[in-house]
Design a protein around this ligand. Structure first.
Ligand SMILES: [Cu+2]
Length: 429
């Protein structure tokens, strides 16, 4: 089940009453907050015991009550989930005798559609469909790429912004596509209003620092390098200016594909997806403009883990779309800087996968989950035959709660031989 809206409530005492207190987002610090959901949306509620008395949380819904397990000790927690019923107001409360009357009670308001919050900052997330056309069919040539390092406040989640550092104002930066044997000329310009020096380390280049030694560029300046793309595969590039992990975590990364001579087999859709971590000083879900935390970076404790730079980048903003029977190729990269991804598409089997991004080995077939470490990449291919929503995740699934989820929405005719609902017949074993 995919939680579409997640609320966290902590038990506590306010003005001498026992209450629920909202944690994170719009309800942060609010006593007995009004919870909101759209009809049909999956609602997940996590209850945290804040003070050590026994509690639970119960929702009175038209189809009956939904209740959490009791939480007994301080710090204990329990979650429940349900599908939001028809629009209306529904009560929630603690069912331990006397607690509802003592103040532990609130309202779930179900609306037809959730109102869109006005964006706090521009969406910098790279559209996964933004992949340039294939080049493998031509001969080797010189390819020139201009990249600009731009520091810009961007949307991290609804109502949340972050001071991103980017290549060309998107996270990830542009998808660079060259052919084996190409001479690649990279010009890096650092915007005049940047505060930092920036650079690029290309994993596809045989050069000191992956080219970063020749590309350390001060604000307002420009430098260039030239390298030969010798090894076909999908490679990460990233800023290589110290502290490198900070420059990566703040958004300075992308992928460069070196196509083999003759190219890759044609497909119907190619998508560009990168996983990364974001280290904010305030906890996940805190609204407003966020600040970077070097302490959390060094402790490897990200608050946000995302695809394409932001919570919702591949769900509400730019979901992947295809029709049944269409061939899909995903170029997947893990920018890290710290976490290894167990990349998985819920409901699909990757029938061709190129682990580690190399195109010098034959693909593996029938892969369920691919391990992709920081600074590595993979190419996966499959053909959905069943319509519906397929979900991109890191199978370290707790990370869904920190924003790491994407949708592949597939339309078109069903294939009942592969999948169909089965009626429950009386008397069956
Ligand atoms: Cu940088």
């Amino acid at each position: 089940m995919v939680p579409e809206v997640h609320y966290v409530l902590r038990t506590g005492v306010a003005n001498g009453r026992m209450v629920f207190i909202g944690v994170g987002g719009r309800i942060d610090g609010v006593v007995d907050p009004e919870l909101e959901a759209a009809a049909g949306q999956t609602v997940q509620v996590t209850l945290i015991n804040g003070e050590g008395m026994q509690h639970d949380i119960v929702f009175e819904l038209p189809d009956g009550t939904v209740r959490s397990a009791r939480v007994n000790g301080a710090g204990a927690s329990s979650s429940l989930s349900f599908v939001a019923p028809a629009p209306g107001q529904y009560a929630y409360f603690c069912s331990v005798p006397g607690h509802r009357e003592a103040g532990m009670s609130g309202t779930l308001r179900v609306v037809r559609e959730m109102p869109k919050a006005p964006p706090l900052a521009a969406d910098l997330s790279h559209d996964p469909a933004g992949v340039p056309p294939a080049v493998g069919g031509r001969g080797p040539q010189t390819v020139s790429v201009l990249l600009e390092a731009v520091e810009a406040e961007g949307r991290l989640a609804d109502g949340v912004s972050f001071p991103f550092w980017t290549f060309n104002r998107t996270v990830p930066g542009p998808f660079i596509r060259v052919r084996e044997g190409d001479e690649v000329v990279i010009r890096l310009r650092n915007a005049a209003d940047s505060t930092m020096m920036h650079s690029i380390d290309f994993h596809a280049a045989l050069a000191p620092g992956g080219g970063a030694m020749g590309l350390q560029v001060k604000p307002g300046e420009e430098k260039a390098i030239r390298f030969k793309a010798t090894s076909p595969g999908l490679f990460v590039y990233h800023c290589g200016t110290p502290m490198v992990a900070e420059h990566i975590a703040n958004g300075m990364f992308g992928l460069i594909l070196v196509e083999p001579a003759g190219g890759l087999p044609p497909v119907d859709h190619e998508f560009y997806v990168m996983q990364s971590e974001i280290y904010t000083a305030a906890p996940f879900g805190k609204l407003g403009a966020q600040e970077f935390s070097v302490g959390k970076l060094l402790d490897e404790r990200p608050e946000y883990i995302v695809f394409n730079g932001a919570v919702g980048a591949l769900t509400t903003l730019h979901p992947l779309r295809a029709r049944t029977g269409e061939r899909i190729r995903i170029f997947f990269g893990d920018a890290g800087p710290n976490l290894t991804s167990s990349f998985h598409v819920i409901g699909e089997i990757m029938d061709r996968a190129y682990p580690d991004g190399t195109l010098r080995d034959a693909p593996r077939q029938g892969v369920q989950t691919l391990t992709v470490g920081p600074g590595s990449a993979a190419i996966v291919e499959f053909t959905p035959h069943v319509p519906g929503r397929f979900v991109l995740v890191d199978h370290a699934l707790a990370r869904v709660q920190r924003g790491l989820i994407g949708f592949l929405d597939v339309t078109g005719p069903a294939d009942p031989e592969l999948y169909r609902p089965e009626p429950v017949s009386a008397g069956a074993p």
